[in-house]
Design a protein around this ligand. Structure first.
Ligand code: FES
Ligand SMILES: [Fe+2]
Length: 362
């Protein structure tokens, strides 16, 4: 007898009560089913004739076959199971059971679960909460500078063999950049870095106080006006990170040049995640050339993280995490505390607001 582990969706407390990115808008075609897995839950999404997206549990109510391998009845906006032809409409209602002939219509006790869907800024988002009414206070994460004048943006989609907490920490972690991305992004300079780390109710905000930092390609090309480089790394519950490198006079002025790397991590399973990374850039005259090299460059850098995250994920498979931490890991501890609190169904002690000054060497 096959033993099933309890699906993540039933064991991750209130982490379900959020919108999660399921796919890129451009990957979802009209009347063509697309299957995704979020929190061990297979979901089928398709676009109806009017172009809007619908999402149903990708599991037939009859004998549990994967519905997305069937086809869409375009006229009725229904999905048809490939096994015995049962059809389910956009509300998950079973509207046709061919083996029951004309009487095989509309049995509501044969329905499949539906999921609220939103399309926003080039992504299809799914509400994973058990309540079908999404919390109006919680919105899909906004991608900074998406469709903003003078800025370019593109998405990258990457699968990682690790959990969301570790990935959010990796995307915010500075000390690894001089090892994992040595020569690609930042090289070791034996410099001291000072930063302020703040934990709020639902975010971890890190501001670096190092105005002579240099990233990737040369500062000369990107920063002709010799403006200070402002670097902030922020985490927003439950799974979003936003890394800003902005050259600007002060923190209130319009950035002259900049990169913003925003990642939203979708948990597929305990140690498997799909990350949607939005890269926004403002490079002045170089903007029109960026598509020729920037996607390639960011792909190389992300693949270096894919490897180190797979390494750590394998270690977690072999034994549970047991960490030693330094000052540079303060933001990791803050992220873990916020996510653990929600994963416990908010039964742990609520993490308090806290600000720490930290200092480390890269
Ligand atoms: S399993 Fe889907 S119709 Fe039978
Ligand atoms: Fe990295």
């Amino acid at each position: 007898m096959l033993i099933h582990k309890t699906p993540m969706r039933e064991t991750c407390g209130t982490l379900t009560e959020y919108w999660y990115a399921a796919t890129l808008s451009k990957s979802l075609k009209q009347s063509k089913p697309l299957s995704v897995v979020i929190m061990d839950t297979r979901i089928v999404i398709w676009r109806k004739r009017d172009g809007t997206a619908v999402a149903l549990r990708d599991r037939c109510a009859h004998r549990n076959v994967i519905l997305s391998k069937g086809e869409i009845n375009i006229k009725e906006d229904c999905i048809k199971c490939p096994y015995h032809g049962w059809e389910f409409d956009q509300n998950g209602e079973c509207v046709n059971v061919p083996s029951e002939g004309e009487s095989g219509k509309a049995f509501n006790n044969r329905s499949v679960e539906t999921f609220p869907v939103i399309e926003q800024e080039g992504l299809i988002w799914i509400w994973m909460g058990s309540d079908k009414q999404p919390d109006p206070e919680k919105k899909p994460f906004n991608m900074p500078f998406y469709n903003t004048e003078k800025w370019g943006t593109y998405y990258m989609v990457t699968d990682f063999d690790n959990d969301v907490t570790s990935l959010a920490e990796n995307f915010m972690d500075v000390p690894h950049t001089v090892f994992v991305h040595k020569g690609w992004f930042r090289s070791r300079s034996r410099k001291q870095v000072d930063a302020t780390v703040e934990r709020t109710e639902n975010s971890v905000l890190v501001t670096y106080h190092q105005e002579n930092d240099a990233i990737g390609f040369t500062d000369r090309i990107l920063n002709p006006k010799k403006l200070p480089l402002m670097h902030t790394d922020n985490f927003y519950m439950p799974n979003n990170t936003r890394v800003d490198y902005l050259w600007r006079k002060d923190k209130h002025s319009e950035p002259d040049r900049g990169f913003v790397i925003t990642s939203t991590c979708t948990p597929v399973s305990d140690l498997r995640s799909r990350v949607f990374t939005c890269i926004s850039y403002k490079l002045g005259m170089l903007n029109y050339m960026a598509p020729l090299w920037l996607p390639w460059y960011t792909r190389q850098v992300i693949n270096q993280d894919v490897d180190i995250m797979a390494n750590q994920g394998q270690s977690f498979r072999e034994a549970p995490p047991k960490f030693k931490s330094t000052q540079a890991d303060t933001l990791h501890l803050f992220i873990e505390s916020l996510r653990d609190y929600e994963a416990s169904g908010q039964t742990l002690k609520k993490p308090s607001q806290r600000t720490r000054e930290i200092s480390f060497w890269i």
